[in-house]
Design a protein around this ligand. Structure first.
Ligand SMILES: [Zn+2]
Length: 117
């Protein structure tokens, strides 16, 4: 229990922790302020607990971030692989074309041979 204070309205003494005078009901400012500050402190502690919970359990956020990262990596891999595939197939077409040109220049084109049969 805190010290007794004198009510400004009725002159009765009551515990300073009380928000209102128990005799006349008039507000006791320091206690009201304390109560208000206590409420603010409770809210602040709730927020801290909430933040702690979020730090402790990043579960959903982390899973979402990992999923996004995985999708990005999959997309990059797909682009790279399809790029290599199309590039190598283009390269194969080019070398086939070069081989055909070479064979034509040598007079032994596969197409000519086929038409001669
Ligand atoms: Zn009073």
């Amino acid at each position: 229990m805190g010290k007794e204070i004198i009510c400004k309205s009725c002159g009765a003494s009551f515990d300073e922790a009380l928000v209102r005078c128990p005799y006349c009901g008039s507000g006791h400012l320091p206690a009201e302020e304390n109560e208000h500050m206590q409420n603010l402190e409770d809210i602040r502690q709730d927020l801290q607990e909430y933040e702690k919970e979020n730090v402790k359990k990043p579960g959903k956020k982390l899973a979402a971030a990992l999923l996004i990262a995985l999708l990005v990596i999959a997309a990059i891999v797909w682009f790279v692989v399809s790029g290599i595939w199309s590039a190598s197939s283009r390269e194969r077409d080019k070398s086939e074309q070069r081989k055909d040109d070479f064979l034509k220049n040598q007079g032994i084109s596969t197409q000519v041979e086929e038409s001669n049969r």
